[in-house]
Design a binder for this molecule. Sequence first.
Ligand code: CTP
Length: 401
Amino acid sequence: MLEDKTILLGITGGIAAYKSAELARLLIKEGATVQVVMTSNAEKFITPLTMRTLTGRPVYSSLFSPSYGSATVHIDLAREPHLVVVAPATANFLGKVSSGIADDLLSTVILAVKLQECPVILAPSMNTAMFHNPAVRDNIALLRRRGYLFADPLSGSLACGEVGEGRMVEPVQLVELIKKELAKSARADYSGLTVMVTAGPTRESLDPVRFVSNRSSGRMGYALARAAAERGARVILISGPTALEPPPGVDFFPVESAREMYAAVMDKFSLADVIIKAAAVADYRPEEAYGQKIKKGDTLSVKLVRNPDILQELGSQKGDRFLVGFAAETENLLENARKKMTNKNLDLIVANDLTQEGAGFAKETNKVHLIFRDGHVEELPLMLKSELSHLILERVRAAIG
Ligand code: CTP
C-alpha cells in the first residue's frame, strides 16, 4: 500500500515519542521509506540510533551540521516526502508552526513543505489541561484552517498520572490515517491549478438593520471549494454571508453585497485557471441605503436598481480561463440555462431545477443537468453536494486537458 511513498516522520519532545518507533516500523512494513527528523528534546525521550536502526536512514536533527552533504538540508527534506507526520506534536511545536517560527530543523522543514502537494498530519500529545488551554485550542484551530490535518488525541490515562484527553493516537490508527490521506492525494489532479469559487447569497443593505437577500446557504459553493482543495488546487473562496466554516486550506475572502463580490472577483480572477460562480448574487439592490433606521409608515416603497452581473463581466474578460456558471430556474430549465450560457460566454453551466425534490438551496443534496459548451447535456441523479462537486471538477479537469 505504501510502496514508493516517502514519509517524513517528525518527532518532538513528548513521552509519546516512544510510540514513534512503532509507527516507523509499521510504515516500513507497509513498504514506505521513512525519513526521521527529531527535535533535540525528542532525543531525550528516544535515541536517534533507535530510529536510524529501524528506518535504515540517517536521522536529522540539526539545522547546521557539517556532516550533511547539502547546506539547504531543510529544503531537501521538505521536497522529498509524499506526506509528513509529526508524532508526537507537543504544544510548543504547534505554537511554533502556527506562528511561523522556524528555530530548529523540524519547524523549518514544516514551514518549507508545500501543503497543496504534501499533506501534513499533526498528532498532538500532551496533558489534558494543556490540550484545552485556549492558546493551544486557538493554535489548532488556526492550523486546521490553513489545511494541516490532525490526528486528534484520545482520552485515557496520561503519563502525568491524570486521566483525560491528550493521549497520542495509537501508531496503527496513524498508519490508517496516513493511507487514507495518501489515497486522496493520489487524485490530486488539480495540483498546480488555481480554482476561484464564489458562494452564498449577497446582502443588499436597505438601512443599518435591514437588507434584501435570498435563500442561498452557500453549501454548494463551499462543497466545491472543499473538493477542489482536496484535489490539490489552490482555492480562492469569495463568499457572501453564510453560517458555514470555510473549508481548510482555502484562501477565504468574505464579502456582503454584490458590489463587494464584484470588486473581490475582479481583483483576483486573473490568478485563476478555473472560475466557478456558485454564488446566488442579488440581481437588485435598494437604490438608496438609508443611513438611519427607516421609521414605519402606512406603506413603504423601495426602488430596486440593477447590480452588476459578475458572471457576464467575467465572460467578456475570461481569456482562456474555464468559466462555470450556475442557473437556478423554476421553469424551462434547459432553455433558460442555455441562454445564460451563451449570454455569459460560459464553458459549462450547472442547471438547477428548484422545483425538484432535494434540489437547490439550503439542502445537502442537489439534482442538476450539466450543459457543456458544445451543447452536450448530462442529466445527473440526486446526489450529495460533496459528490456532485467532485463530479463537476472531474468534468472540468477533463475539459481543460
Ligand atoms: N450571477 C452573477 N452576477 C449577478 C447575477 C448572477 O455573477 N448579478 C451569476 C450567478 O453566480 C450564477 C449565474 O450568474 O452563476 C446565474 O445566476 P441566476 O440567478 O440563475 O441568473 P441570472 O443571470 O441572475 O438571471 P435570472 O435571475 O434572470 O434568472
